[in-house]
Design a protein around this ligand. Structure first.
Ligand code: BGC
Length: 389
């Protein structure tokens, strides 16, 4: 945002000296000192502007898709893009963002690894007048988060739990009560995402609020007794850690012949770890053959194929193309000196302020709507679904 940028002249000078001292003039970034309109308020052409895009990891395909979609849509709009992935390593991400600020990018789009670890980067961005858009994951503890684009994360959790209830026969796919529902009780276990990711709590709360009436009336039971977020969280959303926890639960709680019927899983990678553990303990291999109902998130192709094969029960489809489009829209607004349009100005308090947000809707994927949701929309081809890659 040029207007804000030029208001921060002193800070900008500091950055310029830092740049000069390092000799580190970044590609496409040298124009800021020469094209500054004297009075501010003038906007530069997109072609002169560079946007730094920081993504968490390439180990999960959703973030690769996000990175690709944001980069290509920004480039189509005429911007130069510096896209970085950080291997789920916090120091790598902070260095990448430091570097982008040093190169004087015009705007930052950040999907954080740890939502509390970027305070000094955001301080520097704020001082340099660089607008920051939090992408999918809220960045906490800083006033320099200008906008947040994401999905309705609480509702994602509601959808995950709803799909678990559908899989157990308690609800119909449209969310209505099944009049012929089996009485239960059903044994379930619950998993949550990474405790340093602000989204994980939203998913878990949405899911547990949805399961609560069934837990309260005894239709659902958690035999391990592990229902607290801190106990069931999975650091860095790790598939291996989830598999290990599921194996441990099977040994500690189900070795006496108790049967497990369902598992709340917040992410497809975690779901696959859980399924591996279950199959290793003799469940399944398919739902029809007694594999517990396992939910998911992200519609990763490997999980969509498992759903198609009757192994994983469900996932949540968050169309990353739409998220990219919203982040580009917000970026363009800032770079033209305007405020992007928000549709939620209440939910996302980052501890310092409520960050204006744009929330998108997600969909539950079951075996019978894969084609409608994922193939017809061009997200995957039918061959990809069949091959799982
Ligand atoms: C995202 C989810 C994703 C998870 C693990 C969360 O922040 O919102 O879509 O499953 O990270 O990558």
């Amino acid at each position: 945002m040029r207007t804000r940028k030029f208001a921060a002249v002193a800070a900008g000078l500091t950055m310029a000296f830092a740049l000069a001292a390092c000799g580190g003039e970044g590609a496409g970034s040298g124009n800021d000192s020469t094209d500054a309109p004297a009075g501010g308020g003038e906007t530069a052409a997109a072609g002169d502007q560079t946007i730094g895009v920081a993504m968490p990891t390439q180990t999960s395909e959703r973030w690769i898709a996000d990175g690709d979609a944001v980069k290509s849509q920004l480039e189509e709009a005429g911007y130069t893009v510096d896209l970085q992935f950080a291997n789920d390593d916090i120091p790598t991400q902070t260095q990448q963002i430091d570097q982008m600020i040093l190169q004087d990018v015009d705007l930052l789009i950040i999907a954080s690894i740890d939502g509390t670890a970027l305070t000094s980067q955001l301080d520097a961005a704020g001082a340099a007048g660089i607008p920051v858009i939090a992408y999918d994951r809220l960045i906490n503890g800083s006033e320099n988060v200008d906008f947040y684009v994401t999905f309705d994360n609480y509702n994602v959790g509601v959808q995950q739990a709803t799909s678990l209830l559908v899989g157990l026969g308690l609800l119909n796919e449209d969310g209505s009560e099944n009049p012929d529902a089996p009485a239960g009780p059903f044994n379930i276990e619950v998993f949550a995402g990474s405790p340093d990711d602000n989204n994980a709590g939203f998913f878990f709360n949405g899911a547990m609020d949805t399961l609560k009436p069934y837990l309260d009336d005894g239709t659902l039971v958690v035999p391990s007794g592990q229902t607290e977020f801190d106990t069931v969280a999975t650091l860095r959303w790790s598939q291996e850690a989830a598999q290990k926890r599921m194996e441990d639960l099977l040994t500690s709680t189900y070795s006496g012949g108790e049967e497990l019927h369902g598992v709340l899983s917040p992410f497809d990678g975690i779901s696959r770890g859980i399924i591996t553990a279950l199959q290793g303990a003799g469940y399944g291999p398919t739902l029809e053959e007694g594999l517990p109902v396992v939910s998911g998130q992200d519609a990763e192709i490997a999980s969509v194929a498992l759903i198609d094969q009757g192994v994983q029960f469900s996932t949540i489809f968050k169309d990353t193309r739409k998220l990219a489009t919203e982040s580009v829209r917000a970026a363009e607004a800032f770079l033209q000196g305007e405020e992007p349009e928000a549709n939620d100005t209440e939910t996302y308090d980052n501890g310092v302020k409520v960050v204006p947000s744009y929330l998108l809707e997600s969909d539950i994927v079951y075996a019978d709507n894969i084609t409608e949701l994922l193939v017809d929309s061009g997200y995957y081809t039918a061959e990809q679904v069949e091959q799982g890659s």
